[in-house]
Write a protein that binds this ligand. Structure first.
Ligand code: ADP
Ligand code: ASP
Ligand code: MG
Length: 413
């Protein structure tokens, strides 16, 4: 007998037929006396629909009210699944975040979970209920509804699995598992049987939305055994866990595309100590995450400072940067919102050199210009014009992961 947390994404609960299928699957998982907690997302498209209505009423809808609005999608799915489970004779009870005391900070739209009180779940399980939880949201110290960021029903599931020390957390979605690239973008992508938390963290952070980034962070920190699989078939999915020797033998695990990026350049910044702090201090204080940064210094002691931010943050970043540019005597601000970040990720890069060089070669062959480059221990990312993002992913996937692709580069240590 095991405690299993299952999470069903938007497509998996996207219609009456799908909810019926999910209820059947939940029931099947109960075989052998397993305890099941089913975390659900809003029905496919619902969260976007709710955001769009708010945006028709106001350019910048109030964050507190927006959270009250968008959290309702998950509430609907949770109730519907519990209704169906009861209809087929299975005791079930749905819970919202305030009932489970999923406490968060007050950062509306991207709140962080502080604690979960497992008492009410345990009580409900003891009474042989299937516990259905509305994902994506929490409650702050004032009792206000908060949301945890887009895609964060994954996080609700993993955090519950961690809090309850579950034996397994299954993420049910519309693909068979984690692939070497988005299978909807790259027809040659292959499903991975296993992937390490670290690689999955990079993939998720770089655009592979199959798992929400922070959910992987929490899974790694609390050693939650994670399986990503399809709610449309019984095919075994992908295990996400700690790295082992065989994973290190893989040079590149995946290629990602993030099309939600934009690029800002402050032109002619004075090249002296303290200028970077003046520029990035106010941006950080506004809660805007800056990703890549490059600085080119020219002969006249002036520099161009270029950085990337999520496209959703571009407007606010530009407002701040225009002010900073004037204050620091820079000569101007430019921006480009049609950029994409393409990355290759793999633990093998720790021990094998040459991935970046090979990546640049492949892009050059496709005549794709690289605008920015960033590397870490297990990834190389480049910024390119968004027009070439998909082509870049396919070319890199073929080169590193396609049939007959290169292994570790020759002569690499
Ligand atoms: P859900 O609604 O179930 O949470 P998401 O749409 O958030 O599903 O995530 C699943 C989608 O992630 C897939 O349909 C696929 O297009 C996309 N995806 C991106 N990168 C990958 C990858 N490397 N492996 C699998 N799916 C990926
Ligand atoms: N419904 C939310 C979203 O669309 C959360 C989720 O699906 O995980 O972002
Ligand atoms: Mg998702």
């Amino acid at each position: 007998m095991a405690l299993i947390v299952q999470k069903y994404g938007g497509t998996s609960v996207g219609s009456v037929e799908r909810i019926k299928a999910v209820a059947d699957r939940v029931l099947k998982s109960r075989t052998g006396g397993n305890d099941i907690i089913a975390v659900v997302s809003a029905m496919a498209g619902e969260t976007n629909r709710l955001f769009a209505i708010a945006n028709q009423l106001c350019d910048a809808p109030d964050p507190r009210e927006t959270d009250v609005l968008v959290a309702t999608g998950e509430q609907v799915s949770a109730a519907l699944l519990a209704i169906r489970l009861r209809a087929i004779g299975q005791p079930a009870i749905s819970f919202l975040a305030h009932q489970l005391r999923i406490f968060t900070d007050s950062n509306h739209g991207r709140a962080r979970i502080k604690s979960i009180d497992s008492e009410s779940v345990l009580q409900a399980l003891k009474q042989r209920n299937i516990v259905v939880v509305a994902g994506y949201h929490g409650v702050d110290a004032k009792g206000d509804v908060t949301t945890l960021g887009r895609g964060a029903s994954d996080l609700t599931a993993v955090a519950l699995a961690a809090a309850l020390d579950a034996d397994l957390c299954e993420i049910y979605t519309d693909v068979d598992g984690v692939y070497t690239a988005d299978p909807n973008l790259c027809p040659n992508a292959r499903k991975l049987d296993r992937i390490s938390y670290d690689e999955m963290l990079e993939l998720a952070g770089l655009g592979a939305k199959v798992l929400q980034h922070r959910s992987v962070e929490v899974a790694k920190r609390f050693n939650v055994p994670l399986m990503v699989r399809s709610s449309f078939s019984d095919i075994p999915g992908t295990w996400v866990g700690h790295e082992d020797q065989s994973m290190e033998d893989v040079l590149v695990a995946g290629v990602t595309l993030d099309q939600n990026q934009s690029k800002v350049t402050i032109v002619g910044v004075e090249d002296r100590p303290g200028v970077a702090a003046k520029i990035f201090g106010p941006i950080a204080a506004a809660g805007i995450v800056v990703d890549m940064i490059i600085q080119n210094v020219s002969a006249d002691s002036r520099a161009d400072m270029t950085f990337t931010v999520a496209r959703a943050d571009l407007k606010r970043a530009l407002e701040l940067v225009e002010v900073i540019a004037r204050e620091t005597g820079a000569s101007g601000v430019r921006h480009e919102d049609q950029v994409a970040k393409v990355s290759v990720v793999g633990c093998g890069m720790r021990t094998h050199a040459g991935v970046a060089a090979r990546m640049f070669e492949v892009l050059a062959k496709e005549r794709i210009n690289i605008e920015m480059i960033a590397t870490s221990e297990i990834k190389v990312s480049v910024v390119v014009n968004n027009r070439y993002g998909e082509l870049a992913v396919r070319a890199l996937h073929d080169a590193f992961l396609g049939a007959g692709a290169c292994g570790p580069p020759a002569g690499a240590s």
